[in-house]
Design a protein. Structure first.
Length: 87
């Protein structure tokens, strides 16, 4: 299992935990939903891309530490690196 698959598996597990606890994924939690609701915002689009980089989708959350993972991103060659959220 590669890193992306492992992260997707964690995200699915987190989603199942939220569903079992009766929680719903709201726009507040989901950066893809936020970007889709604000199509003119470049900042929200960048944040959504970073969110997706750690396994998040419109339906699935990344693992619990996704904000810290984006903050600590180790890919300075990425074109979004200087613009990523949570720095
Ligand atoms: S800046 Fe980092 S977290 Fe954001 S898209 Fe690029 S590699 Fe992924």
């Amino acid at each position: 299992m590669n890193l992306t698959e492992a992260r997707m598996q964690k995200a699915r597990g987190r989603l199942e935990q939220m569903k079992a606890a009766g929680e719903t994924i709201t726009q507040e939690h989901n950066l893809v939903k936020k970007a889709n609701a604000n199509p003119g915002s470049k900042a929200k689009a960048i944040a959504a891309m970073c969110y997706q980089c750690f396994g998040g989708t419109e339906e699935e959350l990344p693992d619990a530490g996704w904000k810290e993972e984006i903050r600590g991103c180790t890919s300075p060659a990425c074109a979004l690196y200087q613009h990523r959220p949570y720095r």
